[in-house]
Design a protein around this ligand. Sequence first.
Ligand code: KG4
Ligand code: ZN
Length: 343
Amino acid sequence: MSENKKPLILGIESSCDETSVALLKGFDVLSHVIYSQLIHKEYGGVVPELASREHETAISRVVDKAFSDAPGIRPEDVDAIAVTYGPGLMGALLVGLNFAKGLAIALNKPLIAINHVEAHLYAPFLEFPDLNPPMLCLLVSGGHTMLIDVRGIRDFTILGQTLDDAAGESFDKVARLLKIGYPGGPVIDRLSEKGNAEAVVFPRPYLNKDSLDFSFSGLKTAVLNYTRDKVFTDQEIADIAAGFQASVVDVLEEKVRRAVVSTNHKNVILAGGVAANRLLRHRLRELSEKMDIKLYYPPLKYCTDNAAMIAAAGVLYYEKGWTSELTVPAVPNLRIYDYSYTG
Ligand code: KG4
Ligand code: ZN
């Protein structure tokens, strides 16, 4: 892409508990603001009604800040507005989507409705703009655990997915059982460093099945059974956290290995909030060396929910001429391959 041909895209994300806005020129991030809603911590999970209210009070300030952090860029300069329209919490999605529609009308610019889960796949482009499909993607977030054969933009096949809890969800549920805080992933990641992963060995769910699907709810139940009505020292809690994390990572690594063998892809991307997990990154790095494949994962700030990845998806869509009608609805249970709302 030559410098002046790169589209200038405003990205808006509000599907869960992050109000985020980014300005991208091509895949160059000019500004990126994330307002994380801390209010949910005291409830141990995201409270939908509170999330919408927080988005509502934050959104115009976050948009203003994105522009003031990108000197010389004015709203009328943007080529298009990319916004998440699903999946996510209905009230939360509506705040970002309606704000984006209002801007699109006021500025007379195209709206590009983006599937949040699909956008996670494109986050590595922010760091590696020359990365090209085909590639295998392990998408592991609070809502999804999928192995995806990505052949091109909007051209992919799901090779395997979770039959129950998502990987991130299991981190969050186990952290709640252990009463160590929310969101569980980062806490378990940190705590595991001090723990001995072999002190408590949990099952490796779905590893013996000849399938690329996942199942994590049994693992959570195993932790529940192990911890029920017992009191633990801090060291024992760290050991349980490490044992649980080792089980999840073993399963993810082995399924990635099998998917590489079956697709023969040489590029593997790791995306979604759980991609921030240090043990998972380390083990997949080792695997990539062993299998002579290239592993790409986005920097931490682009792994969890963020608007830069929404704008990156917007860049890819804009270049293909794919824009959306202003009638596009918010779709809380949108599937990754469902384009029936955007054509
Ligand atoms: O992608 P994301 O921000 O939101 C969704 O679209 O779901 O992912 C959030 C999930 C949470 O479940 C959180 O516990 C998990 O990502 N997570 C992690 C880590 N950082 C965030 N899981 C394991 N290790 C981490 N370091
Ligand atoms: Zn996400």
